[in-house]
Design a protein around this ligand. Structure first.
Ligand code: SAH
Length: 350
């Protein structure tokens, strides 16, 4: 079966041509797909025979809303159930600069970060480009809100599913589809250096966020197993190289954790690391994960001030959706826990 949602317009044109269809059909089909249709029957300006052929040869597997939570601040969190029963999360955040959707790139994650709910049960599988596109389309359809910005900060490590993520970026960029420009997209990584170098070669104008979370190897290796093979120094070298190649400033994410990475000396070390490297620090108040003993820091303001006094640009992430488990993987995790308690499988979620 053909995964039609993962095709770009050129691939779709070539495939339809092989089926003996004229070139203009591809654009029609593509536009229907990006309107979020859920069956080929809905493509009403296509001949019935073509609709039938698509039905027989292609898969169109729209995700089902397994759970949906709306926050008082307008944030909506979706737990989508995919065709194979696995669940992923997508979050819609309403900023003044536009509606932003936070996309998952994998079912689960294998990076093992100590503070993150997404990784607790490991990685189940990679998503397809079509499954990533569907998160944007169906969030738009369900909420009735147009999406102008994307962040790849949901479940999974985007650079661990590199080719798919690259294809997804190409697809969302397409004027006949979602038409979202690279400057409206952020991609967050735990710091896979070889993949950061590879990404740099494409020269995309997206914003790269690097989850740093600690300026010293001892702390970072404790929080993020990925640091055990590539230390902070090599990561920062890679980040500098990324800036030189792409001209894009990196945003460094730093989740503030009580008594772990919030000491004054760590602010000083962080400032030292970033001195002379264009980029800024985004301090994130830790979202507490039930299974983890880590607690939110009580020294966020002091840490911020200490960085700023050393000339480092700092922003503090607004806590959108704090009342609805809106941090990576928390809703999926909760659903998995509850279904275990009731003896149901994840794919039985009502
Ligand atoms: N795998 C990618 C993207 C996923 S998470 C990455 O590691 O960057 C997006 C951001 O949320 C990352 O910076 C991640 O470290 C952070 N994060 C994960 N769990 C968190 C939590 N409980 N509280 C605050 N930030 C968290």
């Amino acid at each position: 079966m053909v995964d039609i949602k993962s095709m770009d317009l050129e691939e779709l044109t070539a495939w339809l041509k092989d089926q003996g269809e004229p070139a203009y059909r591809a654009k029609q089909v593509f536009q229907w797909l990006y309107r979020g249709i859920t069956s080929f029957e809905e493509m009403t300006n296509l001949p019935k025979a073509l609709r039938q052929k698509l039905e027989e040869q292609c898969v169109l597997t729209p995700p089902r809303v397994a759970r949906k939570q709306a926050s008082a601040d307008g944030t909506i969190k979706y737990l989508w159930q995919l065709a194979d029963g696995n669940c992923i999360e997508t979050v819609l955040m309403r900023y003044r600069h536009g509606n932003t959707v936070c996309i998952s790139s994998q079912v689960g994650c294998r990076m093992g970060c100590a503070f993150c709910a997404s990784t607790l049960a490991g990685r189940v599988r990679d998503l397809t480009p079509g499954e990533m596109i569907d998160q944007v389309l169906f969030t738009q359809t369900d909420s009735g809100l147009p999406v102008s910005n994307l962040v790849l900060m949901g479940i999974g490590e985007p650079l661990d599913n590199f080719d798919t993520v690259l294809k997804f970026l190409h697809l969302v960029n397409c004027p006949e589809g979602l038409n979202i420009g690279m400057r409206h997209i952020s991609l967050s990584t735990c710091g896979l250096t070889e993949k950061i170098d590879k990404l740099a070669q494409y020269g995309l104008q997206l914003t790269l966020s690097v989850s740093l979370h600690a300026p010293d190897d001892d702390t970072r290796s404790r929080l993020m197993p990925v640091n055990r093979s590539v230390g902070v120094e090599k990561l920062m070298e890679t980040c500098r190289r990324y800036f030189q190649t792409t001209g894009r400033r990196i945003s460094y994410e730093y989740a503030m954790i009580d008594g772990v990475n919030d000491a004054p000396w760590q602010a000083d070390r962080l400032a030292e690391l970033l001195r002379g490297t264009p980029g800024h620090v985004n301090l994130i108040p830790l979202n507490q994960v039930e299974e983890s003993p880590l607690k939110p820091s009580r020294h966020l303001a002091a840490f911020q001030k200490r960085l700023e006094s050393q000339g480092i640009p700092v922003t503090v992430r607004r806590r959108l959706g704090g009342d609805i488990d809106a941090s990576c993987g928390q809703l999926r995790r909760r659903a998995m826990r509850e279904s275990r308690n009731t003896g149901r499988k994840e794919d039985d979620i009502p």
